[in-house]
Design a protein around this ligand. Structure first.
Ligand code: COA
Length: 184
């Protein structure tokens, strides 16, 4: 317990330190290092939905996010900038030693600066001690997402036919898997 509290304290002081250096010596600290991940709550939903509608042609409605927040097997996080602005969010479910990434989304203004990578790393570390593998689905028309997942070692294991709604009917989903090796 004390070990955990000390770890938390170190984390807080480390971030404060980084924020200080970022203010005094702008450019000495990378933007992504100043981003903090914390658990999502219902108060975050307006900001989350604003990003969701910008990123997806078929965005999740608010009720789905509320369900995720209510469901025990789901863990929901937001990624925050030092000024408390939410720049992204991610959701994972873990059950029966299998994890499933449900959503990973970064505000378009903050994309390609390492935010997606930071959240993906966080979800993988979270799942490592709880699951043997992580699954997810991605649209073939989303090469950016495919690229980031493949960089992290996800590999294709199949296709779910006509899985997603699309403007001209339905779109397949590429199923990806990452096998997890527990850290000793
Ligand atoms: C996919 C997504 C989460 C990536 O987040 P991001 O913050 O832009 O990604 P990062 O800056 O951390 O980059 C990680 C990797 O993603 C890839 N990537 C990110 N933006 C890219 C772009 N504009 N073009 C090409 N590749 C890109 C790169 O491979 C990058 O690796 P690198 O840093 O070694 O070059 C983000 O683009 C997004 O929110 N997209 C819309 C929602 C979505 O499609 N989510 C995934 C659903 S399955």
């Amino acid at each position: 317990m004390w070990k955990l509290l000390r770890k938390l304290k170190d984390l807080v002081f480390y971030n404060a330190d980084r924020e200080f250096y970022a203010k005094v010596f702008p450019g000495s600290v990378k933007t992504k290092d100043l981003l903090r991940i914390r658990q999502m709550d219902t108060g975050d939903l307006p900001a989350v939905l604003e990003i969701e509608v910008q990123n997806y042609e078929f965005p999740w409605p608010e009720e789905i996010f509320k369900d995720c927040l209510r469901t025990m097997t789901y863990t929901n996080w937001v990624l925050e900038a030092p000024d408390d602005v939410i720049v992204g969010y991610c959701i994972i479910s873990v059950a029966a030693c299998e994890a499933h990434i449900m959503n990973l989304s970064v505000n378009p203004l903050h994309q390609h600066q390492g935010a997606g990578r930071k959240m993906l790393e966080h979800m993988i570390e979270y799942a490592r001690s709880r699951a043997e593998c992580i699954f997810l689905e991605v649209r073939p028309s989303n090469p950016r997402a495919l690229k980031i997942y493949k960089k992290f070692g996800f590999h294709e294991i199949g296709v779910r036919k006509a899985y997603y709604p699309a403007t001209n009917g339905r779109e397949d989903a590429i199923m990806l898997e990452l096998e997890l090796v527990p850290m000793l």
